[in-house]
Every structure is written in C-alpha cells, then in structure tokens.
Design a protein around this ligand. Sequence first.
Ligand code: COA
Length: 166
Amino acid sequence: MVNLRPAGPTDTDLLVDLVVAAVDWSGGTGIGRADVLDDDHLVRYVEGWPRAGDRGVVAVDAQGVPIGGAWLRMFPPSRPGYGYVAATVPELSLAVLASARGQGVGSALLDACLAADPTAVSLSVEDGNDRARAMYLRRGFTEVGRVGRSDVLLRGTPDLPQRADG
Ligand SMILES: CC(C)(COP(=O)(O)OP(=O)(O)OC[C@H]1O[C@@H](n2cnc3c(N)ncnc32)[C@H](O)[C@@H]1OP(=O)(O)O)[C@@H](O)C(=O)NCCC(=O)NCCS
C-alpha cells in the first residue's frame, strides 16, 4: 500500500527534484536542480507553484518523507510544456526517487492523478523510456505528436476551443 497525500504549496523543492528525476530517467544525464531552475523550458513545470488549476499527489514513506510525485499543470501556448496539446489540457509530470522505484509507487501516483478524471491529460515520454511508456499505453494514452526525441501522449478527448470561422 502506497501512502499518498495532496501536493501543496510547500512542495516546490520536491517538484524540482522530481523534474530532475524525470529528465534523468536513464540515470546518465548528470542534470541537477540548478539545471532545472536555469532552463527556461524545464522551469515551466515548477514556476509559480501552485498556480490556479495545478494539482498533484505526493507519495511518502512510512516516516512521511516524500519518495515521488505526480502533478497536472496547464500551460499557455506561449509557454508550453514538452507534452503540450492545448491550453485546456493539463500535462502530467511523474517521477519516483530512484531508491523507491519498482514497488508500485509510480502506478499509484499515476492512477491517483487520473482518477480525478479530467477530460483529457497529455504528457511527454522520451524515446527509450519504455517502462513509463508502457504504463501510459496500458491506461489508454495514445501518441499524438512528437517533440525532439519524445512522443506526446494524450488520454481522453480534449475540450478544444471552437474556431471563430467554423
Ligand atoms: C516511471 C516511474 C515513474 C515508474 O514508477 P515505479 O514506482 O518505478 O513503477 P511501479 O513499480 O509503479 O511500476 C510501474 C509499471 O511497471 C511495471 N513493472 C514493474 N516492474 C517491471 C519490470 N521489471 N519490467 C516491466 N514492467 C515492470 C509495473 O507492473 C507497473 O505497471 P502497471 O501499473 O501498468 O501495472 C519511475 O520508474 C521513475 O520515476 N522513472 C524515472 C522518471 C520517469 O521516467 N518519469 C516518467 C517520465 S515520462
């Protein structure tokens, strides 16, 4: 059984660590917290946390120490995430600290985020991250785009704004 709690305003530092863990999923990038905070694209996942509409869950160990987290954030088109589909579609970020992987924590976090059942959720998964990709495909995500060396996956039906001319 995985202990989960809502992500809150005091979790910004944890989310930075989790962005590091997500980017460094293969363990070979050497990326650190400063790289996330200095990177105009990566910092978008944590800047101003929590913004209106942000929500997430944190997994904690028996002592209450965080071991992973998942969160949903919407991005404006002028400042999209790597998994951006539309301004109305929240993008999911997910990571478990390396010492706690392979024990069902990631699945519990992912399912808790999806249980909120927003109309649609997108995310970005890099080539080679097959364990994570398989988790998403098993939950109904499909490939809808490509950014760099990553696929954009989408689950659900986006509530897209109507075009003024049509
Ligand atoms: C991907 C990640 C979040 C998964 O979290 P985790 O706690 O390690 O994973 P879990 O133990 O919950 O297992 C996840 C899935 O892999 C499956 N799995 C577990 N061990 C496995 C193995 N040896 N081989 C294949 N699949 C395995 C589980 O059955 C589970 O699938 P399901 O929930 O669909 O049934 C975690 O490994 C991580 O943080 N990786 C680095 C960051 C990252 O890649 N983030 C995602 C970016 S898109």
